[in-house]
Design a protein around this ligand. Structure first.
Ligand code: ZN
Length: 256
């Protein structure tokens, strides 16, 4: 059993807050800071003291609570070097290939631009955990606000290269809507159809569909599946370059 515990709770409309806690060192990190009040409430409920903020990107629903939390807890703010000027209270800027020590464990920083220009993910290889912000979602991927399809496809391939059993914490509960789109572009994917039913069941019971795993996403997430013949046919790009299939799929989702 890992001594790192992830506590997940809803913030804002459809964000998740995550507190990562080490039972060995007592350290606690907030992965992004979507909303201050629920983060403070959950820290209090758990009896944890905030020692770190690990930001994935600069959007307000990810870094908007930084300053208030830092002021209240004196925690250390770690975030993406390539967005350093946009991360409030940043103490340590990190980028692709860097390592962050937390709770006596190593997190590898992965540069995953596309949603924003400097977006990073935190991967704990020993714990099989990854915090991916708005790059990869359950059955989806982030919108391309600041990057190109080629950049995002490269970023997603880096996440796909993590072990299948990696548990992936993404920052929004978008899964049910994502499933409707995924079924529209890959209707013959039996694993996807089964998953969509399971998602509906979970949401009916008010349960989260996050976290997910790399293996499950590779089998069912259309944005990781541009090599699928079914998907290529549906989007009208049979035999095309995978980055073009990805780009078309992303474009279709934007207007779905
Ligand atoms: Zn975002």
């Amino acid at each position: 059993m890992s001594h790192l515990v992830v506590h997940q709770f809803p913030c804002l409309n459809d964000n998740y807050g995550f507190l990562l806690h080490s039972e060995e060192t007592g350290e606690t990190a907030a992965i992004d800071t979507p909303e201050v009040a629920p983060i403070l409430r959950e820290l209090d409920r758990k009896g944890w003291r905030l020692t770190h903020i690990l930001n994935t990107h600069h959007h307000f629903d990810h870094a908007g609570g930084n300053l208030e939390l830092k002021e209240k807890t004196d925690c250390t703010v770690i975030g993406p070097r390539d967005e350093a000027s946009k991360i409030p209270g940043l103490d340590r800027a990190v980028g692709d290939g860097d390592e962050v020590m937390f709770g006596g464990e190593v997190a590898r920083v992965l540069g995953v631009p596309g949603h924003t220009a400097g977006h990073i993910a935190y991967h704990f290889p020993e714990q099989n955990l990854a915090f991916v912000g708005d790059t990869l979602f359950a059955l989806g991927c982030g919108r391309l606000f600041e990057g190109t399809p080629a950049q995002m496809w490269t970023s997603l391939q880096r996440l796909m290269a993590l072990p299948d059993e990696t548990v992936v914490y993404c920052a929004h509960e978008y899964t049910q809507a994502n499933a409707r789109f995924a079924l529209s572009v890959e209707p013959d994917n039996e694993a996807l159809r089964m998953r969509a039913r399971a998602i509906d069941e979970k949401r009916r019971k008010g349960q989260p569909t996050v976290p997910t795993t790399i293996g499950l996403e590779k089998a069912t997430n259309p944005f990781l599946r541009p090599a699928s013949a079914d998907l290529q046919r549906t989007v009208g790009l049979e035999g095309a370059d995978l980055v073009d299939v990805f780009a078309r799929t992303r474009q279709l989702k934007d207007s779905f």
